[in-house]
Write a protein that binds this ligand. Structure first.
Ligand code: MN
Length: 514
């Protein structure tokens, strides 16, 4: 028994692994399933349980425990390259997911993510034991595992497409996959140099951009630095030493700015957290490389983050900071009013600090900070109550925006976009206003439903509709990707037969009300 069970009174099921383990695997990208049965190391589940306890309830924990036991049993005797029992890996992946507070199904999928691939467990068995949603997640993860990622640039768009299609079906698949990759990258040291380089390159080319697009900034930064350290070990070491040395010199300036900012905000009655921001080593390297800057030029910029309680205070704080130090012209960006495509919101400004050094500030609320750090995962937080429709729409909107962004950047086919839209939420259609705003409607919704979704007054005054620039009847059923334009007249009024043209409750009640 190499493991500490989740449950104080474990029911140890007899091991069935021997007969079902697949023959020695060679197609693995990161984890080798070598068996060293005599090696005894302990994989502890308690840190995971502690994390889960903070946001999941007892019944969730119970089914998670079952998933753990099953996975433990399946992986029994399997050892990672590092010598640890294999189960330590799914546990670590689940822990990363727990840090993002993913729901019970995602945590179970994290624990089970390698059982189909490594231990030949069939999807039917997972459905029977853990239900169809968890089985689908594990199945999706196993399929993703089989995709061969090549480093060639031309293959990259295709890889993106596959990843996107997988996440379009269920974003949790990608979240667990990213957690899986993160843990593999953290433990990459046990692999051969050649493998370290190949996996790091793949991480840099495929997973880093996806983490970035999803706004998973913490992982994005960590994956970048880990890949960098394996791809250019010498440069990484040199930079790392230089940064450590420079940190000492910077301390005085950082402290001075920090004190001034804290004091000024306090005097203005604003409760704020002020943090110094450290650039990642890869970030420094890229800046030096791309902009031909010296190390000291890159490091000569100081970064701070101010986190406040509400969004009005963000602007208030901005005003106060601009009074404290002079702002550099042309450096102010309002990502609160105009969020980035991945949902990121903050005010950015660069000030001229003491000794004339540029000081970059990010100002945001707690909520914005959460999104800035964990992106799409922040929208996927476990909720006790059902997510509201608005919530879902909002999250889908941001989500689609980011997909559209990737589409633009990779120059993928229009067909891909069609797939993504159809697969995203099978119960919804996504249409565009003439100004390219995305509107989510339930399947079967008509042009008139669209008008009422925009605004009740627009619905009431509708006289005609154009779909994809063609005049179309108001009762036309909309399809994903349609561009819908509504023509109104102040004199137009709803008629009773309109009730037969609409599918959404909102439109129907508005017409009745009229
Ligand atoms: Mn794995």
């Amino acid at each position: 028994m190499s493991l500490i069970p989740l449950d104080p009174t474990p029911t140890q099921t007899p091991s069935r692994t021997k007969g079902r383990r697949a023959p020695a695997k060679t197609a693995e990208p990161t984890e080798a399933a070598i068996e060293i049965p005599h090696r005894i190391t302990v994989a502890s589940i308690s840190p995971l349980t502690e994390k889960l306890n903070t946001y999941l309830n007892a019944s969730d924990l119970k089914i998670i425990r079952e998933a753990y036991r099953f996975s433990d049993e399946m992986h029994l005797g399997q050892v990672r390259r590092s010598g640890e029992p294999y189960i330590s890996h799914p546990i670590a992946v689940a822990e990363i997911c727990a840090d993002w507070k993913l729901d019970a199904q995602a945590i179970m999928a994290a624990l089970l993510h390698d059982v189909m691939e490594d231990q030949d467990v069939k999807k039917d068995e997972l459905i029977e034991r853990f239900g169809s949603p968890v089985a689908s997640l594990v199945d999706g993860l196993s399929k993703l595992e089989k995709i061969e990622f090549q480093s060639q640039i031309e293959a990259q768009a295709e890889n993106f497409r596959k990843m996107l299609l997988a996440m379009a079906r269920d974003v949790r698949v990608i979240l667990v996959k990213l957690a899986d990759r993160l843990h593999n990258m953290r433990t990459l040291g046990a692999m051969s140099t050649e493998k370290q380089r190949r996996i790091s390159r793949e991480t840099m080319e495929v997973y880093v951009p996806i983490a970035h697009r999803l706004g998973l900034n913490n992982i994005y930064r960590e994956l970048q630095d880990l890949s960098f350290s394996h791809l250019y070990p010498m440069r990484y070491r040199t930079l790392s030493k230089a940064v450590k040395a420079a940190r000492g010199n910077r301390r005085e300036v950082v402290g001075k700015i920090m004190d001034a900012v804290k004091l000024t905000l306090q005097q203005a009655g604003i409760a704020a957290e002020v943090h110094g921001r450290e650039k990642t080593l890869y970030g420094i390297y890229r800046k030096m490389h791309d902009k031909h800057l010296s190390f000291s030029q890159v490091l000569d910029v100081y970064g701070f983050r101010v986190v406040v309680t509400d969004f009005v205070q963000s602007y208030h704080t901005l005003g106060i900071l601009h009074g404290l130090f002079k702002p550099m012209p042309g450096k102010f960006k309002d990502y609160i009013a105009m969020p980035k495509l991945n949902g990121y919101q903050s005010l950015h400004t660069t000030l001229i600090g003491p000794y004339g050094t540029p000081v970059e500030f990010q100002i945001r609320t707690q909520d914005m900070h959460r999104v800035a750090e964990s992106g799409v995962a922040a929208h996927w937080l476990y909720k006790d109550d059902q997510a509201t429709v608005t919530d879902l729409q909002m999250r889908t909107h941001a989500w689609l925006q980011s997909l559209l962004d990737i589409q633009k950047q990779t120059g993928d086919s229009a067909e891909f976009l069609e797939h993504v839209k159809v697969d995203l939420f099978p119960d919804s259609v996504y249409v565009f206003t003439p100004k390219s705003k995305i509107i989510a409607l339930s399947r079967g919704a008509t042009a008139l439903d669209f008008a009422y979704t925009i605004h009740t007054d627009i619905g009431d005054q509708t006289i005609a509709a154009k779909i994809n620039h063609e005049p179309s009847p108001l009762r036309t059923e909309l399809r994903s990707g349609d561009i819908v334009e509504i023509i109104t007249s102040p004199d137009s009024r709803p008629t009773p037969n309109w009730l037969g043209y609409v599918r959404t409750g909102k439109a129907r009640s508005a017409i009745r009300h009229y």
